[in-house]
Design a protein around this ligand. Structure first.
Ligand code: GDP
Ligand code: MG
Length: 193
């Protein structure tokens, strides 16, 4: 019951040495500056960074949550700015059971770019990766360029979960990560990988 194994990461395969019954690898993708690193920071640490250079150096974070009395550790990988150079490696995707594809509701072009990220997630992650579409920066309602309805229908069409979040206020951030985890948990508990 140790999911999301990756050769570059600890495998936690020894149950006695490790209190987690499940380990899920999550990845975050999406265009630059949509708020990926801040979603991670908010979920893991309940913090927000107004600094746009925050991305540099961030690689991953983890937090454990409780699902049906099981301790589930979410190990969340961040692009660390690699998306700027379109140089995300296949190792980044490999073994991911959850993926957050993030756009910025105030920048239409980040929504237009979703299809490419979706293709890569489906191609390089685990075959049954659970993907959640995340429209971030919903605190900036006055600058909105992508409606909830449009994004929601995109999500339906492609079989994705969908949340609008704010990494700044924390709105819906826990929900986006935790709902995904519950679905992965349900999917894998009777069918270990
Ligand atoms: P990344 O490149 O996708 O990792 O994006 P960052 O997390 O570095 O965020 C890019 C910029 O957007 C930073 O200046 C953040 O402070 C800002 N930002 C991120 N999330 C939000 C949000 O939910 N609301 C607002 N108002 N700003 C945000
Ligand atoms: Mg970043």
């Amino acid at each position: 019951n140790c999911y999301g194994k990756n050769t570059e990461e600890p495998t936690f395969s020894d149950r006695k040495a490790n209190p987690y019954s499940h380990l899920f690898k999550y990845i975050m993708v999406g265009d630059s500056a949509v708020g990926k690193s801040n979603l991670l920071l908010q979920f893991v640490d309940k913090r927000f960074s107004p600094n746009s250079d925050f991305t540099i150096g961030v690689e991953f974070g983890s937090r454990s949550i409780n699902i049906d009395n099981n301790q589930v550790k979410l190990q969340i990988w961040d692009t660390a700015g690699q998306e700027k150079f379109r140089s995300i490696t296949r190792a980044y995707y490999r073994g991911a059971v959850g993926a957050l594809i993030v756009y910025d509701i105030t920048r239409r072009e980040t929504f237009e770019g979703l299809a490419n990220w979706l293709t890569d997630c489906r191609k390089y992650s685990s075959t049954d990766v659970t993907i959640v579409l995340v429209g971030n920066k919903c605190d900036l309602e006055a600058s909105r360029q992508v409606s909830y309805a449009e994004a929601s229908s995109f999500a339906n069409e492609h079989g994705l979960l969908f949340f609008e979040t704010s990494a700044k206020t924390g709105s819906n951030v826990d929900e986006a990560f935790e709902q995904t985890a519950k679905i992965i948990f349900e999917r894998t508990k009777n069918n270990p990988q």
